[in-house]
Design a protein around this ligand. Structure first.
Ligand SMILES: Nc1ncnc2c1ncn2[C@@H]1O[C@H](COP(=O)(O)OP(=O)(O)OP(=O)(O)O)[C@@H](O)[C@H]1O
Length: 254
């Protein structure tokens, strides 16, 4: 089940031979279940570090990270990555080359009975528009198709939160634009809470409900994105109304 995310007065730092290097200083972010936020900001401002901390790869120096009712991280708490129900789709998060598309998608489902696994894999392949590609190996797929399989793999275990770090940056311009819209519609139809990191402002506004700009270790601006309603979003029963009313601002910054 998708869940709300809250980062409260978050402080993150790397240990270096010269002492701790503070990267994130007092960052606050609040994202309702089913919403997509995007973090924008200059290179080196700490966007990836925030995602790494949410995924459980970096400890928290101060503040806390909560997903739904679960405290994921605080100075005294660190849930391991595999216990967080956080999925990841990263640019460099390549598919396993020796597994076909269906096996890649099913990778995180090995605890399910075989029949349930097969059904879930088929559902995910259909969701990303590659129902017939299950038997193909990564090298037989285009870059855009590989990223769609990577998205299916990330969504398969039904993460409460999905993190996307520059997922389209290896793709050519046209594929990138098309996939941005496709991925947005898939996430919205799944009602998936997600955070996207990108350098591309246009991409941020197409993908996200909220755009946070990072500077100096915190989010200095948080605004609702303005984009055309997607078809998926316009369906009756869609998890969220569109457009998001301007007054529904739900993130804050310090
Ligand atoms: N393992 C590490 N050890 C020490 N410093 C690090 C480490 N990883 C990142 N940093 C530093 O932390 C800061 C934030 O890095 P981060 O990768 O989060 O930035 P970013 O905003 O994602 O950048 P980009 O947009 O270029 O990917 C940078 O100054 C970087 O040099």
């Amino acid at each position: 089940m998708t869940a709300a995310l809250a980062l409260t007065d978050l402080h993150l730092a790397y240990d270096t031979p010269r002492g701790p290097h503070a990267v994130v200083r007092g960052l606050n972010l609040s994202l309702a279940a089913g919403r997509i936020a995007c973090l924008l900001g200059p290179s080196g401002c700490g966007k990836t570090t925030v995602l790494r901390a949410v995924a459980g790869f970096e400890p928290v120096r101060a503040g806390e990270i909560r997903l739904g009712d679960t405290l994921l991280s605080s100075p005294g708490t660190h849930l391991p990555p595999e216990a967080r129900r956080v999925g990841m789709m990263f640019q460099e998060y390549a598919l396993f080359p020796h597994l076909d598309a269906a096996q890649n998608v099913g990778f995180g489902l090995r605890r399910l009975p075989a029949q349930a696994q097969r059904a879930r894999v088929a559902e995910l392949l259909a969701l990303v528009g590659l129902a017939d590609a299950g038997g193909r190996y990564p090298h037989e797929l285009s870059g855009g198709q590989q990223q769609r399989i990577a998205l299916a793999r990330a969504l398969a275990p039904e993460p409460a939160l999905l993190l996307l770090d520059e997922p389209f940056s290896n793709l050519d311009g046209a594929t990138r634009e098309r996939l941005t819209v496709e991925v947005r519609d898939i996430l919205r139809s799944a009602g998936q809470t997600a955070i996207l990191v990108t350098h591309n402002e246009a991409e941020a506004h197409v993908m996200a409900d909220h755009v946070g700009t990072m500077h100096g270790g915190s989010i200095t601006h948080w605004r609702n994105a303005v984009a055309e309603p997607s078809e998926a979003h316009a369906q009756p029963g869609s998890p969220r109304p569109w457009p998001v009313p301007a007054q529904a601002l739900e993130g804050a910054s310090t």
